[in-house]
Design a binder for this molecule. Structure first.
Ligand code: S3P
Length: 167
């Protein structure tokens, strides 16, 4: 089994799809944001506030290096900006969860914990800037992906099944 790296914009559902994939396969899942929070013993929001985005990206770099050298047979769920780390193609197969910006935001806003979900993501606090970030990143996501899954209006279960069929 090759590593699978789940990439995609904030709120697209990487965590939910990862949870379904591990339920229906032999994969074990890890999450780069969870790793960073444990490394620092701080929430991502606090890392951005107190140490800045630059520090956060340096932590992502550390995690990317560890993944490249030490991880096998794993589903790796990533933060929305993790794809920018160098050589992530060396880690494994890149799977993009893709959806239009409006749908991603609609999905977050319909979540019972919507306020919390938006607040914990510093780069979603300003929706106009978030949309600009989406427009800038989407072509880069597409270029980098080995497999693209359109998650629009699909359940996490269906996306996971599609992913397992395609990898
Ligand atoms: C970020 C996405 C977040 C988290 C951080 C930065 C980004 O992860 O890594 O807030 O640059 O897109 P999610 O994609 O899980 O929200």
């Amino acid at each position: 089994m090759k590593n699978i790296i789940l990439i995609g914009f904030m709120g697209v559902g990487k965590g939910s799809v990862a949870r379904e994939v591990i339920k229906h396969s032999e994969y074990i899942a890890i999450d780069t944001d969870d790793m960073i929070e444990s490394m620092e013993n701080k929430k991502i929001k606090k890392i951005f506030q107190e140490d800045g985005e630059k520090h956060f990206r340096a932590l992502e770099k550390k995690v990317a290096h560890w993944l490249q050298t030490s991880v096998k047979n794993t589903l790796i769920s990533t933060g929305g900006g993790f794809y920018k780390q160098k050589n992530i193609k060396d880690i494994g197969l890149i799977v993009l969860l893709d959806s239009p910006f409006e749908n991603i935001i609609k999905r977050i806003k319909e979540h019972p914990n919507a306020v919390k979900k938006i607040k914990k993501r510093p780069l979603l606090n300003d929706m106009k800037l978030a949309e600009e970030l989406y427009d800038e990143r989407r072509p880069e996501y597409l270029e980098m992906a080995d497999i693209v899954i359109d998650v629009t209006n699909k359940s996490a279960y269906d996306c996971a099944k599609e992913l397992l069929r395609k990898v």
